[in-house]
Design a protein around this ligand. Structure first.
Ligand code: DP6
Length: 332
């Protein structure tokens, strides 16, 4: 029924990273980014309009949200209400299956699902592009989780009159079968991160002398990545993704003071990945705002890669993921 909608969305892992905003309020990035949406760890969100209620009721896995996480959801609902021309508060119930705050992009699946459910409940009537723009306002990476498979998020033109319009993700046509991509996710630490990615990227842009050079090289990486995807060259895709991620972490390490998400266990997994490559297995690592490692490999090699990672870090929980679907409404 109108006023009540439930949506599901999956996390995505960036192969070309988003790191740094040119506009915090509108969540406009400095660079384009490119990702793969996964088929694991879905987030399900139900939004119901609540005419009698005094304020929004927001729960995550049955527990009321407070503080900054609640503020972010309420600010997002305010944006939706403003567009809908409706003042009604909402009941928002979210079920997450990903360890929140562990650098596994729970904000991407979370805000993609919230955008789809809230957009429908408040009757915004958005197409996929509009939904991607809206999800972006909740969390930048969520713009990409609106789409399944590979997605490209356009930074948009700096200085453009309506910059919001130019910054959205779109699905990329990639020969997925020929590429046969898989991600082996090694959770070396499932605890919440010490510094939020929002804060860390602001600090990096403001203080790291390596930020601008990385942003420039990232745009070049993106062009090479698109060619590598077109020809289903997994080795090239992995090589570009790994250097792009390591470059992003280098910008953080050079920030003043340094932001360091990578741990000793991260480096142990990176050693195992190198060892796999020496043994002729295509395996490449990427890391986000946390110590966990996502290893890109062929689906056909995923079990072998998972075993090598387990052998290196016995304590790590290892998950196998493939390409997943975009955000969708349930029962619509
Ligand atoms: C390292 O999308 O979580 O995962 O826009 O501030 O919510 P906000 O940041 P967020 O940042 C993700 C950063 C990253 C790289 C990526 O996913 O591209």
């Amino acid at each position: 029924a109108a006023g009540d909608a439930t949506a599901v969305a999956h996390p995505n892992i960036a192969l070309i990273k988003y790191w740094g905003k040119r506009d915090e309020r509108l969540v406009l990035p400095w660079t384009d980014s490119l990702s793969l949406t996964l088929d694991v760890f879905p987030t399900t969100t139900r939004v119901r309009l609540a005419p009698g209620a005094g304020r929004d009721a927001v729960t995550l896995d049955g527990v009321p949200l407070a503080g900054e996480p609640r503020r972010r959801v309420v600010a997002f609902l305010e944006l939706v209400r403003e567009r809908a021309g409706l003042a009604l508060p909402a009941v928002v119930e979210t079920r997450n299956t990903v360890p929140t705050g562990a650098g596994l992009a729970s904000s991407a699946s979370g805000f993609a699902a919230l955008a789809a459910a809230a957009g429908a409940a408040y009757g915004l009537g958005l197409d996929a592009t509009g939904l991607s723009r809206l999800a972006r306002r909740g969390s930048g990476s969520a713009a990409r989780s609106v789409f399944g498979g590979f997605a490209l998020w356009h930074a948009g033109q700096p200085g453009h009159a309506d910059a919001d319009l130019g910054s959205y993700a779109e699905p990329l046509p990639v020969p997925v079968r020929a590429l046969d991509p898989a991600l082996v996710v090694a959770v070396v630490d499932a605890g919440p991160k010490a510094v939020s990615s929002r804060e860390a990227m602001r600090h990096t842009v403001d203080t790291s002398p390596l930020y601008r050079p990385w942003a420039a090289s990232s745009q070049a990486d993106l062009i090479e990545m698109r060619h590598a995807l077109d020809r289903a060259d997994l080795d090239a895709v992995g090589e570009i993704a790994e250097r792009n991620a390591l470059g992003m972490h280098a910008t953080m390490l050079a920030a003043r003071p340094a932001v360091r998400y990578l741990s000793a266990a991260t480096l142990t997994v990176l050693d195992a990945v190198l060892e796999l490559r020496r043994g002729g297995v295509a395996a490449y690592a990427t890391m986000d705002a946390g110590p966990n490692v996502k290893v890109l490999c062929r689906g056909a090699d995923a079990q072998r890669v998972a075993a090598a990672v387990r052998g290196a870090v016995g304590t790590a929980a290892v998950h196998l993921a493939g390409p997943g679907p975009g955000a969708r409404l349930l029962g619509a």
